[in-house]
Ligand binder design. Structure first.
Ligand SMILES: Cc1cc2nc3c(=O)[nH]c(=O)nc-3n(C[C@H](O)[C@H](O)[C@H](O)COP(=O)(O)O)c2cc1C
Length: 181
């Protein structure tokens, strides 16, 4: 079978214009969790950003990734710290997601610890992963950030926060697929 490369596709079919609204609507049908990606900015400064583009990449080595807008204030901090943490938010932590989507330094009332890298780890989250920067790749108007997990914790029975159709949703693991009438 002949491999279809990006350049041969471009020559045969000029990239079609994709309407941004329809693009967002289609992507909104993909259910995700919601994370707070954090990084240490200096001795007394730290930042966080709400991210739902998080996914696992590799088991060995243990790699995860997320995509971060090139203009995001958190990006240069992660690149200079060469580390970050991914905090998976629970269904009762929507307010944290909303705040950090607007302000990367809205730490008031958020209880944190540090593990290996110095990136803030939120207490009482369903899961947290402390990561060293492993690689970055071009992702158009975003940068694909890959981290190697150096420490992690996860709860067996936490109820995570989800994001679907442009809205936050609670996800209850007691709702198995197919159970909805
Ligand atoms: C639910 C949700 C998920 C988001 N996911 C991402 C993401 O994966 N990548 C990203 O760059 N921005 C994402 N954002 C937007 C960022 O949280 C933030 O608003 C944006 O990066 C602007 O950051 P700035 O204040 O540093 O410019 C998301 C926002 C929300 C509300």
């Amino acid at each position: 079978m002949q491999m279809m490369t990006a350049s041969s596709l471009t020559q045969i079919h000029p990239p079609p214009k994709i309407d941004p609204r329809r693009f967002r609507d289609a992507l909104g049908q993909f259910v995700t969790g919601v994370t707070l990606v954090t990084a240490k900015a200096g001795a007394a400064d730290r930042v966080g950003v709400t991210v739902n583009s998080f996914t696992s990449v590799s088991l060995d080595p243990p790699l995860v990734l997320f995509c971060l807008g090139r203009q995001a204030q958190t990006l240069p901090v992660i690149l200079s710290a060469r580390s970050f943490a991914v905090n998976v938010l629970g269904r009762d932590q929507q307010a944290i997601a909303e705040r950090f989507a607007l302000d990367p330094r809205s730490w008031g009332g958020v209880d944190t610890a540090v593990w290996v890298t110095g990136a803030p780890i939120l207490r009482d989250v369903p899961a947290a992963l402390d990561c060293q920067l492993y690689a970055t790749h071009d992702g158009g108007d975003h940068v694909i950030v890959i981290g190697r997990v150096v420490q992690l914790e996860g709860s067996e029975d936490a109820a995570p926060l989800g994001y679907y159709g442009g809205r936050y949703v609670g996800i209850d693991r007691r709702d198995p697929a197919g159970s909805v009438e």
